[in-house]
Design a protein around this ligand. Structure first.
Ligand code: SF4
Length: 288
């Protein structure tokens, strides 16, 4: 028998594969099996258009909501306890008033704007020079912004504060003849004036009661269990019905002083606090 030549024994060359084309299986239908869905299971579908990747479906969110324990209702404080706190604070701080130096409502308005995120002592160092240079609302409105910023630079956030003083004084000149109005609505309508600033001016310059919620009042109102709110405006509205109206302004001063002297943010001095018998110390984890 004639021997085949090595060339004739060589396997035939496979046809050239196009790039990206999948090689066909040797035996169609006998490849790796896919996991079969359980009977009754939901077919995996596409996420709704616009859904975030990994976002929970509405059904899962509803289940999670059902499992979450309901938010505990805040019980209004006992009026007798609130009265005891008010009386004690009145006795502890009989002369409490604003620490911001001023001679008229406009000066108080400007000083209050400057006191945001700044100590009253620092503001009192800046205002004598400022009030000597700008004597009325028209002068503040006309002041070159750069010059105003330089004068108040040490109080921090000076770009924003200079703009607030200038815009507010322009509004005073345009709408109120350069005078500071006497109502909360008119004051809060001025550019750069919020409820806190308006209540400071009304309470201290015009004797109109108002609850001023600064960082100390915010902290103490919660610790004393007077409210569970954390938003300043909600705290103001929570305190108004439980504190006698004629004491709104004084109550704010008392809490501010008490917060500075005794109930400080990091470690309140509960062992030396006269309010301790009436204070649930909500959220206090460390004290002296
Ligand atoms: S008892 Fe403590 S937490 Fe309560 S007001 Fe006094 S210092 Fe603050």
């Amino acid at each position: 028998m004639a021997r085949k030549s090595p060339r004739s024994r060589r396997k035939p060359e496979p046809p050239p594969r196009l790039p990206g084309k999948i090689r066909p299986r040797a035996t169609p239908g006998r490849g790796r099996k896919r996991a079969q869905p359980r009977p009754g299971a939901r077919k995996p579908g596409h996420a709704p258009k616009g859904a975030r990747p990994g976002a929970k479906s509405a059904r899962l969110r509803a289940v999670a909501r059902r499992k979450r324990p309901p938010r505990r209702r805040f019980a209004p404080p006992d009026p007798a306890r609130v009265q005891a706190i008010v009386e004690l604070l009145a006795r502890l701080h009989p002369d409490a008033t604003t620490a911001l130096h001023h001679r008229d409502p406009l000066q108080l308005l400007v000083a209050t704007i400057l006191s945001a995120q700044c100590t009253d002592e620092r503001v009192n160092m800046v205002t004598p020079g400022l009030f000597a240079r700008y004597s009325d609302a028209a002068a503040f409105a006309r002041a070159p912004l750069g010059e105003l910023e330089e004068m108040i630079r040490s109080t921090g956030f000076f770009h924003m504060k200079a703009l607030a003083i200038q815009s507010c004084c322009s509004d005073l000149v345009a709408k109120h003849g350069g005078q500071v109005p006497r109502t909360l609505e008119e004051l809060t309508a001025l550019r750069g004036v919020g409820r806190k600033t308006a209540n400071v001016v009304l309470g201290n310059a015009y004797g109109v009661p108002g609850v001023v919620v600064d960082t100390h009042v915010q902290r103490l109102a919660r610790r004393l269990g007077l409210t569970d709110e954390s938003d300043p405006v909600k705290i103001e509205f929570a305190l108004m019905p439980i504190i006698p109206r004629e004491r709104w302004t004084a109550f704010s001063h008392w809490l501010i002083l008490h917060g500075r002297e005794v109930c400080n943010a990091r470690k309140p001095r509960c062992s030396a606090c006269a309010l301790a018998p009436h204070c649930p110390r909500v959220g206090v984890t460390a004290s002296q």
